[in-house]
Design a protein around this ligand. Structure first.
Ligand code: TYD
Length: 219
């Protein structure tokens, strides 16, 4: 992690933009909830959001994307729908929150599209990045926590919880490409902190808090 990058996020007079990434079942939402409790305790005002979704329009798009009946959906349609939900979320929620100095905690962001659509669906990282650029503009996360988990374990955890959605029903090969894709695009990136998601909820949360404390200049 690059200290200057983090300080840049703070100096820019914007709120901190924190993203949780990882394969299905890696425990992102649990960690975001715990993190928001911690940050609220520090007196920080947080916006929690998730992708796809997070706005009224985005949640409608989410239904279309994840509906297991939509088996005929093309890869390009899928990419555009994720990008559309994200563009709405940026405009309606994330940009206003960052500009008002709030901390934004997002369950997934652009890296999910780069990995799932760019790599696993084979559309290419550059294509996906440029399509998404329309909605994201100049904004980028200050910190990305990558909860790394073997794909079999992620899907096993999901199966125990609920009926699988359209993406979760994809083959194990697909989920394998996702897991490898994450490792490929996130390694060596200065804004990314990799965490072993096989550790306990408490251990993972502690690692996340330690990083955030440093980035807030309180560590
Ligand atoms: P999510 O609700 O985060 O599911 P989970 O709790 O299983 O992590 O995401 C829904 C699914 O959408 C998930 O399988 C990942 C996929 N996805 C993409 O393929 N591209 C994207 O850009 C995003 C944000 C999610």
């Amino acid at each position: 992690m690059n200290r200057e990058d983090i300080e840049h996020g703070i100096r820019a007079d914007r709120g901190l933009f924190i993203v949780m990434e990882g394969p299905d079942g890696s425990g992102k939402s649990t960690q975001i909830e715990l993190l928001s409790e911690y940050l609220s305790g520090l007196g920080k005002s947080c916006l929690i959001t998730r992708e796809p979704g997070g706005t009224e329009i985005g949640e409608q798009i989410r239904q279309v994307i994840l509906n297991p009946d939509n088996k005929a959906m093309s890869e390009v349609t899928e990419m555009l729908l994720y990008a559309a939900a994200r563009a709405q979320l940026m405009k309606e929620k994330i940009i206003p929150a960052l500009e008002s100095g709030h901390v934004v905690l997002s369950d997934r962001f652009l890296d999910s599209s780069l990995v799932y659509q760019g790599i696993a669906r084979g559309l290419g990282i550059d294509t996906v990045r440029s399509v998404n650029g329309l909605g994201i503009g100049e904004y980028s996360p200050d910190l990305v926590f990558f909860l790394d988990l073997p794909e079999e374990e992620g899907i096993r955890r999901k199966k125990g919880q609920k009926q699988l959605d359209r993406m979760e029903q994809e083959s194990l090969d697909f989920h394998h490409m996702v897991a490898e894709g994450y490792r490929q695009i996130l390694q060596d990136r200065s804004d990314v902190v990799r965490i072993d998601a096989a550790a306990s909820v408490e251990e993972i949360q502690q690692q996340i808090r330690d990083c955030i404390e440093k980035s807030l200049g309180e560590g």
